[in-house]
Each structure stands twice: as C-alpha cells, then as structure tokens.
Write a protein that binds this ligand. Sequence first.
Ligand SMILES: Nc1nc2c(ncn2[C@@H]2O[C@H](COP(=O)(O)OP(=O)(O)OP(=O)(O)O)[C@@H](O)[C@H]2O)c(=O)[nH]1
Ligand SMILES: [Zn+2]
Ligand SMILES: [Zn+2]
Ligand SMILES: [Zn+2]
Length: 260
Amino acid sequence: MCGSCGCGHEEVHLDGDALGDHAHDHAHAHDHAHDHAHDHARASRVIRVEHDLLAKNDAYATRNREWLAARRIAAVGLLASPGAGKTTLLEATVRRLGDRLPLAVIEGDPRTSRDAERLRTLGVPALQLNTGRGCHLDAHMVGHALERLPPLEGGLLFIENVGNLICPALFALGETRRVVLLSVTEGDDKPEKYPEAVACADLLVLSKLDLLPHVPFDPERCLSDARRVRPRLEALCLSALTGDGMDAWCDWLVRLARAA
Ligand SMILES: Nc1nc2c(ncn2[C@@H]2O[C@H](COP(=O)(O)OP(=O)(O)OP(=O)(O)O)[C@@H](O)[C@H]2O)c(=O)[nH]1
Ligand SMILES: [Zn+2]
Ligand SMILES: [Zn+2]
Ligand SMILES: [Zn+2]
C-alpha cells in the first residue's frame, strides 16, 4: 500500500487548487500532518505507519459518510484499472438518469481534468481531484471535494477513483456502496489476482460486454472466482457503448438513492 510504495500526497489538487498546504477553514477540522512513511528501515515501523495512515483515513471516511447521510446523498465509489470504462459508464448513466435524480461526480486521476470535463459537458457538476504521483483517492481529499458540491439532497454522487486495483481498495472514502468494474478485455483472472478489490466491493460490474465475442473471457469463471473472495457478491454485465445491461445498472442506482 501507499505507506510503503511511496506515492505521495504533496501534489494533490482539487479543480486546480493545491490541497497540500491549504488553510483550515473547512468544516471537518483536522490536523494536517499528511503522514507519510519515509522510514523503510524496519518492517514493524512500516506496518505501524500503514496502520496509523489507514486509521486516520477511516476517521475521515466516517465524517464523509455522516456528511452524506445527513443530506440523504447516496455515494457510489467506482474502483477499476485504468481504462476499464469508468467515465464512459458515468457518461451513459448521466444520460439515462440525469433527468430523474440530482447527480454529481468527483473524479480522481493523477493528472488532467479530462474526465471531469467529459461529465461537465453533459451538464452534471463534476469536480476533479488530481493525485499527482499518488495512486488512489483518500477520504481527506474527498472530504474537501464534498465541501464544494452543489446541493444534492436525495441524489447520487459518483466517486471515480484513480485507475488502480490495489491501493484504492484499502482506503474507504465514506461511500454508501463500492462498485468494482472489470472490463472483459482485461482477462477473467483479475478476481484471483486482485482479491482485495473484490473483497471491498458491494457490486461487480463486468464492462465492455459488447467486446465479449472478440476476446477470450469467461464471465462464469470471473464471477465464481469473485464469489470465492466475496460470497453472494452482486454482479451485473453491461456495455456503456451499446446500452446492454444499462437498465439493470440504473435500477440498482435508483434503489440505492431511494434508500439513502
Ligand atoms: N467497446 C467498448 N469500449 C468502451 C466501453 N466503455 C468504455 N470503452 C472505451 O474504453 C476506453 C477507456 O474508457 P474510459 O471510460 O475513459 O475508461 P476509465 O476507466 O474512465 O479510464 P481512466 O479514468 O483513465 O482510468 C475508451 O476508449 C472508451 O471508449 C464499452 O462499453 N465498450
Ligand atoms: Zn500506492
Ligand atoms: Zn484538509
Ligand atoms: Zn475515467
């Protein structure tokens, strides 16, 4: 995880503003040490730092969860490898649900605002977090983004994590539900290789279903491997491109928003 992989938070930006040494006038008062593990000399110290880092993150995640619950906002965290189709799925979702529910998006990418811009083009409020060399969003960054959200009572917030199936799995963001996306072009062995990504998910989405005839990918194998990691994991197959499976996805989202 990032305590040992060395990915830093010094370069984090929210819609272009540096978060690294910002003033502390935000709602969720916190100290701003921005812990990092620089001491790799002893494994026990690294483990302790990782533990502290995750405990601190969990505290921020709890605050985010409470903030969202107080406003009846259902937040959906999207976790997947780079290019799995997260933003394309969000674009297709906004086209289908934009008239039915208040929607907003927090985008996470190392660089660029491209994903947020793609969604803003569709008229949905979208904030862009840039993590620089950091390989995941954390609850503190997301807390700052929440403060900039327009009113979203009773609506749905999507949080697209940085494309990565490892570190994002460890950092709760305060989401109501987590969705892991695996595209059929990635190979059906990902649940076995990345069990943490499956273990932290409430729903598995197999994306790019339209490409299934062209690639060796066994959905049954993928699903049964995933359910060995997380028994009774819900799953959907869809193509954001053709619209196949999008109704079931949107129904799942609407049910979630109604329950918030
Ligand atoms: N055939 C097909 N291509 C898709 C589908 N969804 C996304 N793509 C393509 O996959 C590529 C990556 O899509 P994105 O939505 O940008 O992927 P992402 O997961 O948001 O990528 P990052 O944010 O960079 O991690 C693009 O070329 C999309 O057009 C799909 O359902 N079918
Ligand atoms: Zn990392
Ligand atoms: Zn802060
Ligand atoms: Zn994206």
